[in-house]
Design a protein around this ligand. Sequence first.
Ligand SMILES: Nc1ncnc2c1ncn2[C@@H]1O[C@H](COP(=O)(O)OP(=O)(O)O)[C@@H](O)[C@H]1O
Ligand SMILES: [Mg+2]
Length: 276
Amino acid sequence: MSNIIEIAGLTYHYQFEGEEKFKALDDLYLQIPEGEYLALIGPNGSGKSTLARHLNALLLPSEGRVMVEGLSTSGEDNRYEIRKLVGMVFQNPDNQIVATTVEEDVAFGLENLAIPPEIIRRRVADALEMVGLANLAHHAPHLLSGGQKQRLAIAGVFAMQPRCLVLDEPTAMLDPRGRREVLETLKRLNHNEKITVVHITHFMEETLEADRIVIMDKGRVVHEGQPSDIFSGAIELEDLGLEIPSIPRVVQILRQGGLNVPPGILDVNQLVSYLC
Ligand SMILES: Nc1ncnc2c1ncn2[C@@H]1O[C@H](COP(=O)(O)OP(=O)(O)O)[C@@H](O)[C@H]1O
Ligand SMILES: [Mg+2]
């Protein structure tokens, strides 16, 4: 499978007038295959958001390069195309609402692209269907729950027909139900629509069904692997300030207690069928 994103030697310095440079990304390498569901984790300040902003040319490398479908983000002529290919969703759903109805909010980005109204209507309807908000098309966005607002933001980006979606802690401000709704939506987007998903999160439970987990620390990729490997106990996640999700944690405790449960069990049904 070909890579939709290829990052090589990416270094990024924040710099303010009269202040010293701060290196937020440090010689980072990462390849993302088309269609992958990638979970990106790491302690606060490890550079996740800085990396996210490089994926659609909101930030440009100080050194190294970021390629999206073979286009360098550093090439000025490529930026329009890259922003069409890679959609972004941020943490705070309230900052992403621009219109007075759900439907108009999804249509907003399309109306700026001189797309015929008939096609806009169809894309908006499809996007609302995809995120499960079709029945709320005429509602006021500010009356939605947090999870619904975040799904609305996803619909708005999805309607632009990107190939990749980058979500920077999209569930951080949501309650458990809203988190579940958003996670289900992302899985559907990836599975049914074949859109590559880069999901940044500090909720480890949200990473269990990812194709791959990438762990960042101090501006670099320090580990990557399938969830069953990442949570098998071989990596000292706690040293990185990260939690082990509850089922892998129970498996570790059982193993330490002398029970020969295979490492790499991630979900409760697997564990129960092993134990019973
Ligand atoms: N706008 C900014 N100006 C200066 N430093 C920043 C800015 N944004 C982030 N940083 C610094 O860069 C580092 C990485 O930040 P960030 O990418 O936000 O990490 P994360 O998303 O993993 O928490 C942090 O040390 C942070 O303080
Ligand atoms: Mg961040």
